[in-house]
Write a protein that binds this ligand. Structure first.
Ligand code: ZN
Length: 372
């Protein structure tokens, strides 16, 4: 690996989630089946066939795996806490800069009613700070999931049906972060953030030093796509959300309102949405339509988070009780049809002509070989 790639501080947002999504669609029939079920349920919520029923604010226990090779990348407690604080503002629409949303879209700003806190109990039932620190000989990681495996120089996840796993490391090639969409293998579920894009202090570096990369990646983890639709600069892609305007490619930097593409005037692109590619200082909102997808995710593949008591150790020890070989079911109402082929989402490569063969789906594919 070119050393310049390793140490580069990103100047433009680059997210690996869509690449990982396509890789898993190609590798795993089970992922395609799970994604079909997830999207069927999201569609039912989007159309009103299914209604959100969650009454309480959800608190998700977080474990932060700090995987470091250079001492300065062994992040301070303050840097970790600064990121948790940002999440608890952004997912409650309590961020000070939400006032920057143009008046025409203020009514679309949504409170996700999700909060995050460091785990207080580890998988073995012991008290924990919710931080795992692992020294590695790997100078940097890519989006090949090696950072999620102790055997490959990273750190193994805690049970991914009980905890949000966040790995913070040096990512290579200007990659800011990546997430695994719901429906993927349990062994690699979670989000990965490069340390310079994590939190608001310490090694966090402008223009990604306001913690929004983690907000964006958790958005993917909760089943949100990029609002640009991941069709390059075309106008035919979709994020499957009705209240985010159709737009062309991703926006970068700090655009000025209005920024019109795809005949979406007069208001133009919603570039201040967390699921665009703008700098941290320019993004400040989720929409109600996006939250319907999140609610579907919490009623479907991530429903265990609603009932898991974070103060009680999970049964089954590390690895949890989730069976990664079992496709997700449709959640309440059971509208998801696991025999319906995956649509693959924007940019997806799933073949809709391939029928599901219940009971013969292979287990999750092994991660790609080490690439760092
Ligand atoms: Zn992304």
């Amino acid at each position: 690996m070119d050393n310049a790639d390793i140490v580069e501080t990103p100047a433009r947002r680059r997210c690996g989630s869509e690449d990982v999504h396509r890789r898993l669609l190609n590798e795993s029939l089970n992922y395609r089946l799970n994604r079909a079920a997830v999207e069927n349920l999201a569609f039912a919520f989007a159309t009103g066939e299914e209604q959100p029923t969650r009454a309480e604010t959800l608190t998700i226990p977080v474990v932060v795996h700090v995987v470091w090779s250079a001492e300065e990348h062994n992040l301070s407690e303050e840097q970790i806490d600064s990121q948790i604080a940002v999440l608890n503002e952004d997912f409650r629409a309590a961020n000070a800069d939400v006032k920057n949303v143009p008046p025409v879209w203020q009514g679309l700003v949504a409170d996700a009613r999700i909060e995050f806190r460091r785990a207080t109990v580890d998988p073995d039932g012991n008290a924990t700070t919710g931080v795992v620190r692992r020294q590695t000989s790997e100078p940097a990681f890519s989006d090949n999931d090696a950072v999620k495996s102790a055997a490959r120089g990273g750190a193994d996840p805690w049970p991914t049906d009980r905890y949000l796993n966040i790995w913070v490391c040096q990512l290579s090639g200007g990659l800011l972060g990546y997430a695994q969409f719901p429906g993927g293998p349990a062994a690699t579920d979670g989000v990965v953030i490069t340390h310079t894009g994590f939190g608001t202090t310490g090694t966090a570096a402008a223009p990604f030093n306001l913690g929004r990369t983690t907000t964006h990646e958790i958005g993917h983890w909760l089943n949100l796509f990029h609002i640009g639709g991941d069709d390059g600069t075309g106008c035919s892609g979709t994020d499957f959300v009705s209240d985010t305007p159709n737009q062309a490619g991703q926006n970068f930097g700090t655009p000025a309102f209005p920024s019109v593409t795809c005949n979406n005037g007069p208001n133009g692109d919603m570039f201040m949405n967390y699921m665009d590619y703008t700098d941290d200082s320019a993004m400040c909102m989720f929409t109600h339509g996006q939250m319907l997808r999140v609610e579907a995710c919490l009623a479907g593949p991530r429903r265990n988070l609603l009932t898991a008591d974070p103060t009680t150790p999970p049964t089954g020890g590390p690895g949890g009780t989730a069976d990664p070989t079992t496709p997700v079911t449709g959640g309440p109402g059971g509208t998801a049809d696991p025999t319906t082929p995956a649509t693959g989402g924007p940019g997806g490569t799933a073949d809709p002509t391939t029928p599901a063969t219940s009971g013969t789906a292979p287990g999750p594919s092994e991660p790609a070989g080490a690439g760092t």
